[in-house]
Design a protein around this ligand. Structure first.
Ligand SMILES: [Zn+2]
Length: 445
């Protein structure tokens, strides 16, 4: 390396480490105060609505909320007085960088994995994220199957300010005993390492620790493990080891569980959340309620034709109803990793309310799962989610009242993310989200 380059680099780094030098120039749209007139404002936590409220937004944050908030002179006024305003929605289990094809692979995504390189999947993830945001999802937990960390690329791109999208809580690569969810041939597994990077093989204690450290190093914000994808799944002690290692970096662990025995081990170990409902019996739902384990049941509706069967759907509806009756902590989760012609990824996700309706769960409780509980499982509730002074200005508006009919969420007319309008009058207006550089800071990783 030439000395002048080193000198230039040193200067650049010195400037970058200086706190005032690194502050991005605030754009006009970020310093202006915005006042939102809400015809009705919903607090999903209390299941209550208040009429004629004003929400003041400045610099991406909510500054004030209430019926008599004074609107400063010169503030931009957004009139949502004919709409219901509520906090953004959360999908607690999605796969934005996976879009498997019905033909030929259908749930067994070797084809996608071989044909869609990570850069293409990262671009798919940006598109899927935009589609989720358009349907009102301002937070998505992205739980693996993202090639070589396309999920981290998506999260960082959104956080640095390159593209619009939900706040992403991403898992990095799914960690599991040998094979993950794949069943490769010996030559594909041994000679071509085909399991990686869809799954990170971790069989011994050392490998589990190292796999978690790899994910943390490469930008994961939650850890996802395959508890029982194989007959040689993780023991409760191995799950505890994973939980302890993840906790060093402040991360929680979600377990993919598909058997009763696997789910039981995960609950006994004190896992944060369990994905999928197939192992969750009445007894385990009650254990989860006792221990405060989040349920990300991924309850596929029958209306997404071909993605579940009538028999399986009936079990799913009964299981979800049992969990609700048992007071199991419920999150709204979809496991969306496919496309349905004619529907956006966001419309696919919203369709899952059909299962919740079929389970006889009241709209207020469905909405709580989609908001309050979503913030808690994502651990954003102190920074992002509720419409409260000091928190990120994420909110949406719909025409009906979701506390009366949850179907109101099918028609999201307005979306604000980090204080910027993303959708207005039912039309996406993402211009302010596109930037020619990392305007929120290159240090975001
Ligand atoms: Zn999944």
């Amino acid at each position: 390396m030439h000395k002048p380059i080193i000198a230039a680099l040193a200067l650049a780094l010195a400037a970058a480490s200086h706190p005032t030098a690194q502050q991005p120039a605030a754009s006009a749209s970020r310093t202006r105060i915005t006042a939102i007139r809400a015809g009705r404002l919903i607090d999903p936590d209390r299941g209550a609505a208040a009429a004629n409220q004003i929400v003041l937004v400045q610099d991406g944050l909510i500054r004030d909320v209430g019926p008599d908030v004074a609107i400063p002179a010169g503030a931009e006024i957004i009139d949502l007085s004919k709409l219901t305003v509520l906090p953004g929605l959360v999908d607690a289990h999605n796969h934005l960088a996976l879009t498997y094809k019905e033909d030929p692979e259908r749930n067994i995504y070797y084809f996608t994995y071989v044909m869609d390189p990570t850069p293409l999947r990262a671009i798919q993830a940006v598109s899927n994220g935009i589609q989720m945001l358009a349907s009102g999802f301002t937070i998505v937990r992205d739980m693996g199957n993202n090639g070589n960390y396309a999920d981290t690329a998506l999260r960082v791109a959104i956080e640095q300010g390159w593209v619009p999208g939900p706040t992403i809580v991403n898992s990095g690569i799914i960690i599991g005993p040998m094979g993950g969810q794949f069943y490769p041939t010996p030559e594909m597994a041994k000679d071509h390492n085909i399991v990686y990077p869809e799954y990170l093989d971790a069989d011994t204690h050392d490998e589990i620790v190292k796999a978690i450290r790899q994910n943390i190093l490469f930008g994961a914000k939650v850890i996802k493990i395959c508890v029982d994808c194989k007959p040689y799944g993780y023991t409760a002690d191995e799950i505890r080891l994973a939980i302890g290692e993840a906790a060093k970096a402040g991360l929680k662990v979600e377990g993919h569980c598909q058997t009763v025995a696997g789910a039981r081990r995960a609950i006994e170990a004190g896992i944060w959340s369990i994905a999928h409902d197939s192992g969750l019996t009445d007894e385990l739902n009650k254990m989860m309620a006792d221990k405060g384990v989040w349920r990300a049941g991924t309850e596929t509706p029958l209306t997404l034709t071909g993605h579940t069967t009538k028999a399986r759907y009936d079990r799913t509806v009964a299981g979800l109803r049992n969990a609700w009756q048992s007071k199991t902590p419920l999150t709204f989760s979809t496991d969306a990793d496919y496309f349905v012609p004619g529907k956006t990824r966001g419309e696919v996700a919203i369709e899952f309310i059909e299962t919740w309706k079929a389970a006889g769960i009241p709209p207020a409780d469905i909405l709580r799962a989609m908001t309050t509980n979503g913030y808690k499982v994502s651990e954003t509730e102190k920074t992002r989610g509720p419409i409260r002074s000091g928190l990120a200005a994420d909110l949406i508006a719909v025409t009906g009242n979701p506390l009366e009919s949850i179907d109101a969420l099918r028609d999201v007319r307005f979306v604000m993310k980090d204080g910027l309008v993303f959708k207005r009058d039912g039309v996406i207006v993402p211009g302010p989200f596109f930037n020619p550089g990392p305007v929120k800071g290159w240090r975001i990783r």
